[in-house]
Ligand binder design. Structure first.
Ligand code: GSH
Length: 459
């Protein structure tokens, strides 16, 4: 058995899903629970200044969802095939989007009224998501995916006390099927035992003292593992693409906005895989009509042979598996997932800087994006790429590299300068991905005038 050491706060929060999964797997683990008073000292010792962090035989991992996916696989709670894994990943990311609305309620962005946020959490967001979750669980025999328990059910059930606490009531009270699912997870013997014996902390008093609020604010990220360098062998990848052309290709239809954004990584991956796809692009003025036709009111949406999928990262991971851009084993996949989620956290800071309606707030967010957040993330990305032979993971191109590179034009256009200008290793990585023949071709032919600011300006 590997040695697991989990470091989180003395509460439930997003660390609890990892505890649930370790317990489910019958794994002993060191359950380090940090107090808020120690946090300022501990923070700089974590990969990206946040928790949870899980050490597996001394190797440091972060990003709660990446860790859950890894443990899910270790303990046979993953899907039976890659399409089922896509469905699980999609739901996990959607549950995480749901959770983030709670986080934003506790920590409203500057100037936003907390009670208004709570009101819209309760009256809009909770019913919006839970109705859809309930529908899905009903259609799937009482579980989120495939009529049996998977790690996404455990993830959902483990979050309940935390979400109830923020909302101030039993969030599942009007959703019997979700309640039943949660009870089923709680009744699994190892989990039942854990619930009986786990430390009971995170009281309201503690919460008000700032501990839980700090925790909920955290978007878990990080790095700091040892690397397994491999020679770069891009021939293998090109020959794979040629080989695929002989196979029966599924029909792909991508629906996104008429810009790069998070849809572009999906386009990059499809192009890399030599896949034709319908590239449906919407203008902003079409959006109100289109929004209700999507699963959760957002894009991108990818149809694969008519089955509708959403969540950009879940889709990228699925395509990467199709086109052999994943890791060589599950630990390498964990490293790829971790950096992809961290790049996504970085991306979200750009979005938060771009949208506040108040100009002064927007200017302040933009200023801290450029002077704090970018210099925080980019040197860490640069260091990781340097340590890994010019790629994010394992000394060869993986979908994490594609995800990062495809976002560049979008992020550059938000701040209006080359975000990688001071980061030669990241720049070189970008050039390498741009030079892959299928990507080079795509860059030369993709619709132009597609940058984020122009798009929002209606150009
Ligand atoms: N976690 C989702 C987020 C999707 C998302 O927020 N999409 C934005 C575009 S980048 C959207 O559709 N916004 C329209 C809206 O919220 O009305 C994913 O990665 O797919």
């Amino acid at each position: 058995m590997p040695h697991y050491k989990l470091s989180y706060f003395g509460t439930v929060g997003i660390g609890e899903s990892i505890r649930f999964l370790l317990k489910y797997g019958g794994q002993d683990f060191e359950d380090i629970r940090n107090g808020i008073e120690e946090w300022p000292k501990i923070k700089p010792t974590t990969p990206y200044g946040v928790l949870p962090v899980l050490e597996i035989d001394g190797e440091v991992h972060h990003q709660s969802l990446a860790i859950c996916r890894y443990l899910g696989r270790e303990f046979n709670l993953a899907g039976k095939d890659s399409l089922e894994n896509l469905r699980i990943d999609t739901m996990a990311d959607t549950i995480n989007d749901y959770r983030l609305v709670f986080t934003q309620t506790i920590w409203p962005p500057n100037g936003e009224d907390k009670s208004k946020k709570l009101e819209s959490l309760i009256n809009e967001h909770i019913p919006y998501y839970l109705t859809k979750f309930a529908e899905q669980v009903k259609k799937n025999g009482g579980y989120f995916v495939g009529g049996k328990v998977t790690w996404v059910d455990v993830y959902f059930a483990s979050l309940k006390p935390y979400l109830d606490f923020v909302a101030g009531f039993d969030t599942l009270k009007d959703y019997p099927i979700l309640k039943e699912l949660t009870e089923k997870i709680y009744a699994i013997p190892n989990i039942k035992k854990w619930i009986e014996e786990r430390p009971t902390r995170c009281s309201l008093r503690e919460y008000l003292a700032g501990l839980c609020a700090t925790i909920t604010m955290l978007i878990i990220t990080g790095n700091g593992f040892k690397y397994d360098l491999q020679p770069i062998n891009s021939n293998i990848r090109y020959s794979f693409v040629e080989h695929r052309e002989e196979e029966k290709m599924p029909h792909y239809k991508l629906r996104y906005f008429a810009t790069t954004g998070i849809g572009e990584s999906i386009r990059f991956l499809l192009k890399y895989g030599g896949q034709d796809f319908e590239d449906v692009r919407y203008d902003l003025h079409d959006w109100p009509k289109i929004k209700p036709t999507t699963p959760y009111g957002v894009l991108p949406v990818l149809e694969i042979d008519g089955e509708v999928h959403h969540q950009s990262l879940a889709i990228c991971r699925y395509l990467a598996k199709e086109f052999k851009l994943t890791g060589k084993d599950s630990l390498e996949d964990l490293r790829i997932d971790t950096i992809a989620d961290t790049i996504n956290d970085y991306r979200i800071v750009f979005i938060r800087a771009m949208f506040p309606p108040d100009a002064a707030d927007r200017a302040q967010k933009m200023e801290s994006l450029v002077s704090e957040h970018m210099p925080y993330y980019l040197p860490k990305f640069e260091e990781q790429v340097k340590k890994n032979g010019g790629y994010f993971v394992g000394g060869k191109v993986t979908w994490a590299d594609f995800y990062f590179v495809a976002l560049k034009s979008y992020l550059d256009s938000i701040v209006e300068f080359d975000t990688l200008k001071d980061y030669p290793a990241l720049k070189e990585l970008t050039e390498k991905v741009y030079a892959i023949p299928s990507i080079k071709k795509w860059l030369s032919e993709r619709p132009t005038g597609c940058c984020v600011k122009d798009f929002f300006a209606g150009k």
